[in-house]
Design a protein around this ligand. Structure first.
Ligand SMILES: [Zn+2]
Length: 145
């Protein structure tokens, strides 16, 4: 399970790599993506989105719940529902402090490795800038095991 800064919980499944034609034992995929795969027999292009806005929902039989779309579209839908992340607020000395916890930085690194998720999408989800994500992924900000 992954907890996003907004407190939403996303379920994750490990699925056999050959489901995606990958030469890996297991890959990590969001539950709703796996649900879409199981219902439709193919992976959502490019992403599976929640029409209902409920991150744990995996009702892929009903497109009003889980449907295909782009992350850009997903972000637009989140804002329509008033669920989008607020722009980061920087006040005084806090402006120079990291806005990501070590836990979040590790999550970002492992998700970027396991999922086809863009830096921009991660930036929106974690409420930081894309260069911050890039920074974390290049390991310049943190030395993580
Ligand atoms: Zn739903």
């Amino acid at each position: 399970m992954t907890r996003s800064p907004g407190g939403l919980v996303y379920g994750k499944f490990w699925v056999p790599g050959d489901w995606l034609g990958l030469d890996q034992d297991k890959v990590c995929r969001g539950v709703h993506r796996v649900a879409f795969y199981l219902v439709h027999g193919r992976w959502p292009e490019p992403n599976a989105l929640h029409g209902c806005g409920y991150p744990l929902c995996c009702n892929a039989e009903n497109p009003q719940h889980v449907h295909e779309g782009t992350l850009k579209q997903n972000t637009a839908e989140m804002f329509e529902r008033g669920r989008g992340p607020l722009p980061p607020v920087q006040v005084g000395s806090q402006a120079h402090r990291s806005k990501l916890t070590d836990q979040q930085a590790r999550e970002i690194i492992s998700r970027a490795a396991a999922e086809d998720v863009s830096q921009q999408a991660l930036a929106v989800e974690y409420g930081v800038s894309q260069p911050t994500i890039s920074y974390v992924l290049r390991g310049k900000r943190r030395s993580l095991q």
